[in-house]
Write a protein that binds this ligand. Structure first.
Ligand SMILES: [Zn+2]
Length: 232
């Protein structure tokens, strides 16, 4: 199973990089694409399409009906992806739902919250992926995207969480490509992606690759910690 393969690779990465690893940290739940879009919209995600509706959650909440009825929403719900959800954030979705008058949006948030609540159990965080019937999407979700979200979990459980989102995503992207031995492909990905938000992931992953290229595996994390503490 792909999920087991990703977990096995993360274990290997952790051994090489000298990171703490515990397989119980890694859980996954499936949500609908609409739930993914609505909850990302109601987060601190800096993607320009969401920023258009407000730079903070309160503003986005005020504009949620407009967003839900927009062409942009229809485009976004065709995408697939994942995110990390924290157990402590679950009550937040219920509170947000209370503010929303639109029944459809409200119910999507409530179902999201109760579904994750069931799967997360006693864990602090969980990777969530969008349900799909498309085989190619499924393959990508179970390998690249699950790997990405679980690396967020792995790093956070090792107390590495860059405050700057570009470094955070860049570092996760770097480690994910290290996991699959694809560090040489980062430049190609950076050039080929048309999404300016995703471009930042690769651009910053390349910064980490250049920073760490001469460091032995066992010294890489130390170098990362130093770099991040130097006001980054
Ligand atoms: Zn990420």
């Amino acid at each position: 199973m792909l999920e087991e393969k990703v977990l096995e690779e993360l274990k290997e990465v952790s051994e090489k990089l000298n990171l703490n690893f515990n397989k119980n940290w890694f859980k996954v739940a499936w949500i609908t694409k609409e739930q993914e879009v609505l909850t990302t919209y109601l987060s601190d995600c800096r993607r320009p399409t969401y920023e258009k509706y407000g730079h903070n959650i309160q503003k986005r909440l005020d504009n949620i009906k407009e967003f839900y009825e927009s062409k942009e929403y229809q485009i976004l719900i065709k995408e697939y992806g994942g995110q990390v959800i924290y157990k402590e954030s679950l009550p937040k979705y219920k509170k947000l739902a209370d503010y929303i008058n639109n029944k459809e949006i409200k119910n999507k948030l409530i179902d999201f919250q109760s579904g994750i609540n069931t799967t997360i159990g006693n864990s602090e965080k969980i990777a969530v992926l969008t349900e799909t019937n498309n085989e190619e999407e499924k393959e990508n979700l179970m390998n690249r995207i699950l790997g990405h979200e679980w690396i967020h979990v792995l790093l956070e459980n090792n107390n590495i969480r860059p405050e700057n989102w570009k470094y955070n995503e860049g570092l996760v992207t770097y480690i994910d490509h290290y996991r699959t031995n694809e560090l040489n492909n980062l430049d190609e990905f950076e050039k080929s992606t048309t999404c300016s938000h995703t471009k930042e992931y690769y651009k910053n992953a390349i910064i980490f690759r250049n920073l760490l290229i001469e460091k032995k595996d066992k010294n890489k994390i130390q170098k990362i910690r130093e770099f991040l503490s130097e006001d980054n």
